[in-house]
Ligand binder design. Structure first.
Ligand code: TGC
Ligand code: FAD
Length: 390
């Protein structure tokens, strides 16, 4: 039974509106009902529950920050963050499904798409009638996406797309892919590629030890004819996918706090219940130190998220500010998952408790959307004005 009640040591709830708390409550209830009872089995079986897509749509988890006119929730960025936090409290892979759909598929179509593209895709993506994925990373270009080789040629009445993307969340089940590719001049553009287009395939990536309930795959383009109206017209260059990443990385900063809270909550309960040397292990100072440090780090991360959310709402959060939060919060969650696992002793490695699953999931989260070190370098660039990437 999922007994989670939330962590709010600093009364950060005072900074939230009634609407924020209602939204958080409804997603928390959803996670307890739809995700927690099943997530261990889905993860152990490496099963992506495709029925969750429609359910996410019904509960408003897809594109909460997209205007209602296009089927989104019309909500602010703090609501969006709270939704990601609650879903990742359940599982990082489930949050991946939702954040890719909202920030990496709906957001670019909303921000860079034509009115026809918005009307065609956004309502269906918001309702979960369609699932999308985002193709930026390639086998030879991960941290350095500007080196991508996937390309398209203007054939007069259509574009011809060739290349491959790797490590793409949702790919094996996606109906549409927002794909970043270079034109003949080497300029990056976004294209909407639909399942069923000839020459387009999405092989599944097997044998992951992480995000096992999320489906990951490749996108392979072998002379795919893409209609000209599928090019996102309003922005080109690497800045376009990077703007999508700003939104998704922000959601991950909140999501990681959810995973950390779940691990802390489990560890606190276990420390009080588990008896060794005739006492609850929570009476030992070493265990209390672990719990006190977890609570401290979660509280700091919550405050960071709230302030970042305010800046996102005002449109003034910088990429480096988002990097700081993503980097800090994911590393914090991973450290807490490890400590919480240790507090559970041998029981901690089983699926009876969530920490080991969170810990393995967070190894992907600390890698995708920019690795821990790439975010450090983004901060180094902001501090010194000197990019260390090249
Ligand atoms: P750089 O020279 O810095 O920039 C190239 C052009 O892009 C512009 N730009 C931005 N514009 C708007 N917003 C941003 N955040 C921007 N960042 C960069 C920049 O102004 C420049 O424009 P222009 O007009 O001058 O050309 O680029 P670089 O090639 O040196 O690379 C910089 C670096 C390394 C920081 C960047 O490429 C990076 O962040 N690498 C990490 C790659 C990454 O995060 N990939 C994520 C793939 S998607 C994913 O992982 C989804 S997982 C989802 C899930 O399952 O939840
Ligand atoms: P590399 O770039 O090869 O990096 C390897 C190591 O080198 C890292 O430690 C890195 O920090 C370090 N490194 C690289 N460059 C430098 C440098 N200049 N200075 C110092 N160190 C450096 N991508 C998508 O486009 N869409 C998705 O939906 C998506 N989903 C994903 C899901 C999962 C489960 C995973 C694991 C990845 C996903 N990714 C996705 C890809 C992800 O964004 C990349 O894995 C990530 O950006 C790192 O790229 P890479 O794996 O090629 O590592």
């Amino acid at each position: 039974q999922d007994l989670f009640e939330g962590v709010d040591f600093y009364e950060i709830d005072d900074l939230l509106t009634e609407e924020h708390k209602l939204i958080r409550g409804s997603i928390r209830d959803f996670v307890k009902k739809e995700i927690s009872p099943n997530i261990e089995k889905w993860s152990q079986d490496a099963h992506f529950p495709s029925e969750i897509v429609k359910k996410f749509g019904d509960v408003g988890a897809f594109g909460p920050q997209i205007p209602e006119a296009y089927g989104g929730g019309g909500l602010d960025y703090i609501s969006y963050g709270l939704i990601m936090q609650e879903i990742e409290r359940g599982d990082s892979g489930m949050r991946s499904t939702a954040s890719v759909q909202g920030s990496l598929v709906m957001y670019p179509i909303y921000k860079f798409g034509s009115e026809d593209q918005k009307m065609k895709y956004l309502p269906k993506l918001a309702s979960g009638e369609m699932l999308g994925c985002f193709g930026l990373t390639e086998p030879d270009h991960g941290s350095n996406p500007s080196g991508m080789v996937t390309n398209f040629k203007d054939m007069g009445d259509h574009y011809l797309l060739n290349g491959a993307k790797m490590w793409i969340s949702n790919a094996p089940e996606a109906d549409v892919a927002v794909v970043w590719a270079k034109n003949e001049e080497g300029r990056i553009h976004g294209l909407i590629v639909e399942r069923g287009m000839e020459g387009f395939s999405t092989p599944t990536t097997h044998s992951k030890w992480s995000l096992r309930a999320s489906c990951t795959g490749e996108l392979v383009f072998d002379n795919v004819k893409v209609p000209k109206e599928n090019l996102l017209p309003e922005k080109s260059g690497l800045g376009a996918p990077m703007m999508c990443l700003d939104s998704a990385r922000y959601g991950i900063a909140w999501g990681a706090v959810g995973a950390a809270m779940d691990c802390y909550d489990a560890a606190r309960r276990y420390a009080i219940e588990r008896i060794q040397f005739d006492k609850p292990i929570g009476s030992f100072q070493l265990i209390q130190k672990k719990l006190a440090e977890m609570l401290t780090e979660i509280t700091k991360a919550q405050l960071l998220n709230w302030k970042l959310g305010k800046m996102m709402n005002e449109g003034k959060a910088s990429t480096a500010q988002i990097s700081l939060a993503k980097r800090n919060n994911v590393a914090m969650a991973l450290a807490i998952a490890r400590e919480a696992r240790q507090i559970h002793g041998g029981m901690g490695i089983t699926g009876e408790y969530p920490m080991m699953r969170h810990m393995m999931n967070l190894e992907s989260v600390i890698t995708y959307e920019g690795t821990h070190d790439i975010h450090l370098l983004i901060l180094g660039h902001a501090i010194t004005g000197i990019p260390a990437f090249k």
